[in-house]
Write a protein that binds this ligand. Structure first.
Ligand SMILES: [Zn+2]
Length: 391
């Protein structure tokens, strides 16, 4: 490898893991004991009460053939990380021989910690944007080797489109892009806008306004020049921004006044969740969001043994025994219970469903989901339980 990254085979063979997991194998080597265990993956604390769980697809690729059974909460599940009593929710439950899978803990956690952080940020942004489209534009801020993972997590989390070419192939989507400032610098605004309009075969015609022009006068010029214009994109530099929401209001007003009601406004450039709410209220119709989704705060999952050879056993600070996670289909309330106990009806009268479902049985992966299915789950759960605005 020319680059400072691990290869697929190094991840699969735990060459890329923390060394103490491998050392522990050598410590255990000469000992005779039963290492049939159940391990669970939980979160102790996070900055918001709920997360959107993703990254499982890569965990399945990592652990196939290395564990006996694996149960997990499906990707795209938006769920509190502690139940109503504060009991940590197990997101993954693994049964297997510790010596076969213990050394993969580093990669297992890495796959879900970062991906779930990104998908959770994406869900928060999508809640703020409501039914207006959000596009993931953040791969340039991150190591290119993980760009497809970032866009996948952003998409499952609720983003309507992604900018990466490879990401688009993985997700089965046409990647989304407008035009770089470079085209206007090379051709001048008017020639650049015409070239974009002529060259856009699929998707909306979107031109970037603020290379040389004021947002208002540039938008009006572009709308007059290009009859099939769909979007003006405002990517106003922070140093010129003043009150971005007022700029959006002004552009909307002037476009409407001159008969360009159909021309919509896309905004981008360092947008955060709170900006999106404000700009949406001011009249923005679409959002290109980079760093604030791609650098979503990592969810600190940890993995702990909770049962050794069919005996509940765990370390201090954790809850022993295998568990399952019930969620009310009506009110969304979550309850974690010991595996052998169950409950069918919620206090609200709704029906409890088990959200931990089997993904690996006898070492074989028995379930995989398309990202579009996981994204549909996100949108459904956001609408039912977390909605701030109408979609
Ligand atoms: Zn209920």
């Amino acid at each position: 490898m020319k680059f400072n990254v691990a290869s697929e085979s190094e991840v699969l063979s735990a060459e890329n893991s923390d060394v103490y997991f491998r050392r522990s194998l050598s410590f255990l080597k000469s000992k005779k004991f039963n290492d049939d265990v159940i391990a669970e993956v939980t979160v102790s604390s996070f900055e918001s009460p709920w997360i959107n769980f993703t990254g499982l697809d890569d965990v399945l690729s990592l652990l196939e053939g290395k564990v006996t059974d694996l149960y997990a909460i499906p990707e795209g599940t938006v769920i509190p990380y502690r139940d109503m009593r504060g009991i940590p929710v197990p997101f993954i439950s693994i049964r297997g021989n510790y010596r076969d899978f213990g050394m993969h803990e580093t990669s297992l956690l890495g796959f879900i910690c970062q991906s779930s952080g990104i998908s959770t940020s994406s869900s928060r942004v999508k809640l703020a944007a409501g039914d207006k489209p959000v596009f993931s534009f953040g791969i340039r801020r991150m190591n290119p080797f993980i760009a497809p993972m970032i866009d996948r997590a952003a998409y499952i989390g609720g983003a309507d489109g992604v900018s990466g070419i490879k990401s688009g192939k993985i997700l089965g989507l046409d990647p989304v892009g407008t035009m770089p400032h470079a085209i206007s610098l090379l051709l001048g605004d008017e020639e650049a806008w015409k070239a974009v309009a002529a060259g856009t075969k699929k998707g909306p015609v979107t031109v970037l306004i603020d290379t040389f022009e004021d947002e208002k006068f540039g938008s009006l010029k572009a709308a007059d020049l290009i009859p099939k214009l769909d979007f003006v994109r405002l990517d106003t530099p922070a140093s010129r921004r003043g009150n971005f929401a007022n700029i959006v209001r002004e552009v909307r007003w002037e476009l409407d006044l001159r008969g360009h009601e159909k021309v919509r406004i896309m905004v981008s450039g360092g947008l955060k969740e709170a900006d999106i709410l404000e700009l949406s209220g001011a009249g923005a119709d679409a959002f290109g969001v980079g760093t604030s989704i791609a650098s979503g705060k990592t969810v600190d999952f940890s993995m702990d043994i909770v049962d050794v050879h069919n005996q509940p056993k765990t370390k201090r600070g954790k809850l022993s025994g295998a568990k399952h996670v019930l969620r009310c289909s009506d009110c969304g309330m979550v309850e974690v219970l010991p595996l052998e106990r169950s409950r069918e009806t919620c206090k609200c009268g709704g029906h409890f469903e088990d959200v931990l479902v089997p993904y690996i049985k006898n070492g074989k992966v028995i379930r995989r989901e398309k990202p579009s299915v996981a994204r549909a789950r996100t949108i459904n759960l956001l609408k039912r339980f977390y909605l701030k605005q109408e979609f």
